[in-house]
Design a protein around this ligand. Structure first.
Ligand SMILES: [Zn+2]
Length: 117
């Protein structure tokens, strides 16, 4: 009775594929690869803007988002329009930048106050 292979068991793998293929969850897993080939996987909400770069969890270098399509032309264009802020972004973490921004704003306000008086 048990000698016949159960063909229906194939359904198991098929349903697994379906679960993977369908994006029911409002989240997305994005993986980043750093220059040292470390892969960091991060989960983002679907509606959030995905950053192109992320600090590697292992070595702290900037890891590039996997599957991010940066065309060579677009990349050279980026270099031309690269601002001081862009350069800061490469060296500083978001938290550090927040502090720098607050300082810069305070400084600006101070200067405006001096100009007004
Ligand atoms: Zn790394």
């Amino acid at each position: 009775m048990n000698s016949e292979p159960v063909r229906g068991s194939r359904l198991g793998s098929v349903s697994n594929e379906t679960i993977e293929g369908v994006t029911l969850s409002p989240r997305q897993t994005i993986s980043y690869t750093c220059p040292n080939e470390h892969v960091s996987e991060l989960i983002f909400a679907a509606e959030v803007e995905i950053p192109e770069l992320w600090d590697c969890k292992k070595c702290g270098q900037s890891a590039k988002r996997d599957g991010a399509e940066i065309e060579p032309a677009a990349e050279s264009e980026q270099k031309i329009v690269r601002t001081h802020f862009d350069l800061l972004l490469e060296r500083r973490s978001r938290d550090e930048l927040e502090v720098i921004l607050q300082e810069a704003l305070a400084d600006l306000k101070e200067r405006r106050r001096k100009n007004a008086s």
